[in-house]
Write a protein that binds this ligand. Structure first.
Ligand SMILES: Cc1cc2nc3c(=O)[nH]c(=O)nc-3n(C[C@H](O)[C@H](O)[C@H](O)COP(=O)(O)OP(=O)(O)OC[C@H]3O[C@@H](n4cnc5c(N)ncnc54)[C@H](O)[C@@H]3O)c2cc1C
Ligand code: SF4
Ligand code: SF4
Ligand code: SF4
Length: 395
């Protein structure tokens, strides 16, 4: 079992721990700030069930499984939503229509070592408190244990690799097939390790243990939707906001803290999900400050849940090809899965710098230097040599 995690083709989803007959798989944070499973080898009976459900081992994705596609906003949910708030409208209406008894979604947490976690929601207000995007490692491990004792059906929201593992789990077991009624996907460019948040905290003179809360995807009326931000609050009452055009965007979009599995991921649209939500990164929407949702609904039963938004003209049907246009960068990136040498090098260098400087606030400047060097390396080898020499002399 440990081989999967050692292979680094693992996102810490924790679905393997739910099928283990010996309950010997635990998910823990590793030194890179990632969640990874370890199996107690004294208990393991080598049954292979963990590998069977793992999306990195059994990636039975139906490629480009497009159904009906819609674009728009949910008026009552858009302000707090990452995009247009349609995901939360949908989950909330799913409960109101009794199509599932509970929704399993991700909420912010006040534990500085676990700033987001999966939670069970029964009411709209609980779902509203989950709005936003957790660019942060989460696991289903504990949640799946709790669900074994929960009466009723659930809809689970997750990034594509989580959705495929849950689909595999449903195929493996009648219990889980009946329990998990709907799989709700969200498009995912990458999930950074916890060190992204640690780095932003260090930059403002704080440590991880000082963080009291975090919210990604904050919006600003003066900024376009693509320039979204993050707000970190600390135990001394202070807070920092950082946007896409600032340190947050620099660290997040250049994938300094990306997990290795994300550089090997091919699933753009969470093809195994009944419905998938994403941003509308189209020219006509991306510069509006509000944010707009795009979605693919693959399950006819779920169209009725979206009906109030369709009837009021809040969301309108669009051609499937618009989805690919809206996600063209991600489609291209994932097409080249496994060939992202630059990101991989940057990730490794950032991890080294982080280890060395994690007690000091200049960490982000050191990481900036890696990017600077790397760009120069690509553009001008001679300049890169001079920088290396200068670095060696100043050491
Ligand atoms: C790690 C990550 C990477 C992403 N990358 C992209 C991308 O490259 N391109 C793109 O178009 N969209 C991406 N998204 C999706 C996007 O950020 C929005 O989540 C999506 O568009 C829904 O927005 P909304 O306003 O409709 O939902 P909201 O009303 O904001 O509701 C969001 C729902 O998602 C749930 N959620 C948040 N984080 C997680 C998580 N980590 N795992 C499971 N559920 C979660 C919340 O609990 C909530 O129920 C990413 C999301 C995440 C979490
Ligand atoms: S099932 Fe999930 S946690 Fe387990 S090895 Fe695979 S990706 Fe990792
Ligand atoms: S091989 Fe079987 S017993 Fe061993 S960790 Fe995996 S699921 Fe558990
Ligand atoms: S990019 Fe792929 S592997 Fe990485 S977290 Fe997202 S879905 Fe999982």
């Amino acid at each position: 079992m440990n081989n999967i995690a050692e292979n680094k083709f693992c996102s810490g989803c924790g679905v393997c721990s739910a099928v283990c007959p010996k309950e010997c798989i635990k998910i823990k944070e590793n030194p890179l700030g990632e969640l990874r499973p370890t199996a107690d080898e004294n208990l393991c009976i080598s049954c292979g069930k963990c590998k069977k459900v793992c999306s990195f081992n059994n990636n039975s994705v139906i490629p480009e499984n497009f159904g009906k596609c819609f674009i728009g906003r949910a008026p009552d949910y858009k302000d707090n939503g990452s995009s247009g708030g349609v995901a939360t409208f949908f989950l909330s209406n799913l409960l109101k229509e009794n199509s599932a008894d509970y929704v399993v979604s991700v909420k912010p947490n006040d534990n500085s070592d676990e700033l987001f976690c999966y939670t069970v929601c029964k009411e709209e207000k609980e779902l509203i408190s989950c709005q936003g995007s957790a660019y942060y490692p989460v696991t289903l491990s504990k949640m799946l244990k709790d669900l074994k004792n929960l009466d009723g059906t659930v809809a689970v929201i997750g990034v594509p690799c989580f959705i495929t593992a849950l689909k595999n789990l449903k195929c493996e077991s009648k219990f889980w097939d009946e329990k998990i009624k709907f799989l709700v996907g969200i498009v995912c460019g990458h999930t950074p390790s916890k060190h992204l948040v640690d780095a932003l905290a260090f930059k403002s003179g704080h440590k991880r243990e000082n963080i009291t809360s975090i919210r990604f995807r904050i919006k600003d009326d003066n900024k376009p939707a693509w320039d979204y931000g993050v707000k970190l609050s600390f135990d001394d009452g202070s807070f920092v906001k950082s946007f896409g055009s600032d340190d947050f965007g620099f660290l997040f979009w250049r994938k300094f803290f990306s997990q290795e599995c994300c550089n090997n991921c091919k699933d753009v649209f969470a093809d195994n999900a009944d419905i998938t939500f994403m941003d509308a990164w189209l020219d006509e929407y991306k510069n509006e400050c509000e944010g707009t949702s795009l979605l693919i609904c693959r399950n006819k039963e779920l169209l009725k849940i979206l009906n109030p938004l369709i009837e009021n003209g809040n969301i309108k049907e669009i051609e499937n090809s618009k989805l690919v246009t809206a996600q063209k960068d991600l489609v291209e990136y994932k097409k080249n899965a496994g060939c992202h040498k630059a990101e991989e090098n940057r990730r490794k260098e950032a991890a080294k710098v982080f280890e060395k400087y994690c007690e000091r606030p200049e960490i982000i400047d050191q990481i900036r230097r890696i990017n600077y060097k790397e760009n120069l390396k690509r553009k001008n080898f001679f300049l890169w040599c001079i920088i290396c020499l200068k670095d060696r002399l100043t050491k």
